[in-house]
Design a protein. Structure first.
Length: 449
């Protein structure tokens, strides 16, 4: 056996020696590895578990869907967008931490933010870091580039402009024309406004000065005149608002109620007004809320009978509106998130597309100019900000009657306010108000409110 094994070993040595000799003297050229595709990093701060997750979840889905569509269209000059998207639970410290990660680790060229408390807290740092930042908060405080040069919003109008436009629309189209108010109009009674929201919170209170100013401009009686409070307190988490409605009833029924929280607590207040017999169309009190208060979620939570007739000021078209990009928005909602029933989607999906489309347009402008250099991310960030000033961005596909158009002296995207209303159980766009044209002398003064 040992002799056999020895012979076998010798044979193997001969074979291996022959193979070595047969190898060519020059080494074989290595195969070139596939070069990695450079990606364009963007950060996104979302609320999918916190106080505003009732409206935040759908926007987070829409952000991913919009990025998928943009990448399917070639990304940024052939380079795909790399989305770094995280939930912060509507907690300011976590937003600060995420922002630091985006800046220092992911080295993003753009940040898509969310809430008013965190965005306003981040603003000084954003200004120092010079990173373009567009947010789900449309606070008017973010629109004056003399104060916030790198902050932008992706709504057709800031919160203050929305409040003015919505109140103006109600006054012109309902107070001055609707038969339900005829008797009070002819008796010379001033229209009464009651404002509700989470007192002391940056989001619902950001626009109250503008709302009160516009009510004075229209000669309205304000039912919450305390300058230290501005509005009747209803918590973002409210499940009951009976005492608040009773208190305002004792001062005389309001003709219009403005509400500044999100859909869940908006539905709570609307139900209490309905039970009290005040709410239009059965009563004479019309309910209005901002973009996050009155939408498809509001209808689902409040119920069809309670929600009917409510007014809103959406950032964009509603999900079921007849807008130009509706088919592609719906297609990617079904394609990227098939587990979410299409009938449960909302306007927040559409506004997510506005956020990503404006960002991508700026990035494409920089890329076309040969300035999108990830090796010099600081210079690229500034170039991206400046690209927004190069002319209007066509956002009409998302239901805007005018384009997104900012300048180095004014970061308000437009002077136009979209008006929505719940009609036959579904929120739809019913018109718009051009405040800039209506008040040309006052428009410059309203910057930064």
């Amino acid at each position: 056996m040992r002799i056999g094994r020895a012979i076998t070993f010798l044979v193997l040595l001969v074979v291996l020696s022959t193979m070595v000799v047969a190898c060519p003297a020059d080494p074989i050229d290595p195969v070139d590895p596939v070069a990695p595709v450079e990606r364009i990093p963007i950060g996104a701060i979302q609320d999918t578990t916190g106080a505003t997750s009732d409206v935040g979840k759908d926007e987070a889905l829409g952000i991913r869907e919009a990025v998928a569509w943009l990448n399917d269209q070639g990304g940024i000059g052939g380079r795909p967008i790399e989305l770094h998207q995280f939930d912060y639970g509507y907690r300011v410290p976590e937003a600060l931490t995420l922002y630091a990660r985006f800046r220092d680790v992911d080295e993003v060229v753009w940040v898509k933010g969310w809430g008013t408390p965190d965005t306003e807290a981040l603003t000084p740092t954003i200004t120092v870091d010079r990173i373009p930042f567009n947010s789900g908060s449309a606070s008017g405080h973010l629109t004056d580039p003399a104060v916030t040069p790198f902050n932008f919003i992706y709504s057709i109008a800031d919160y203050s402009t929305q409040a003015r436009g919505l109140l103006q629309f109600w006054y012109d189209e309902f107070w001055m024309k609707h038969p339900v108010y005829k008797e009070d109009r002819e008796a010379g009674i001033k229209p009464r406004l009651a404002a509700f929201g989470h007192v002391g919170h940056p989001y619902p209170t950001a626009l109250l000065a503008a709302l009160r100013d516009h009510a004075r401009l229209l000669g309205m009686e304000q039912m919450s005149e305390d300058p230290d409070v501005h509005c009747v307190h209803v918590s973002l988490f409210a499940l009951d608002a009976k005492s608040q409605v009773m208190a305002i009833e004792a001062r005389g029924n309001p003709h219009v109620v403005w509400f500044g929280n999100t859909a869940m607590s908006a539905a709570t207040l609307a139900r209490e007004l309905f039970v009290a017999g005040l709410l239009y169309p059965k009563g004479s009190t019309m309910f209005m809320g901002n973009n996050y208060a009155v939408d498809e979620n509001f209808v689902r939570i409040a119920g069809l009978e309670v929600a009917e007739g409510a007014l809103s000021s959406p950032f964009t078209a509603f999900f079921w509106d007849d807008f130009l990009w509706r088919d592609k928005v719906h297609e990617y909602a079904a394609k990227i998130n098939p587990g979410v029933p299409i009938e449960m989607r909302s306007q927040k999906t559409v506004q997510a597309w506005a956020a990503m489309y404006t960002a991508a347009t700026a990035l494409r402008r920089v890329d076309a100019a040969g300035k999108l250099d990830l090796d010099d991310v600081a210079a690229t960030r500034i170039a991206v900000r400046d690209a927004l000033y190069e002319g209007p961005i066509d956002t009409t596909g998302l239901g805007w009657p005018v384009p997104f158009d900012v300048t180095p002296t004014d970061h308000r995207p437009s002077g136009t306010v979209l008006i929505g209303q719940v009609v036959d159980g579904r929120p739809v766009t019913i018109g718009h108000v051009d405040l800039k044209a209506m008040y040309p002398d006052l428009w410059p003064e309203w910057l930064g409110w």
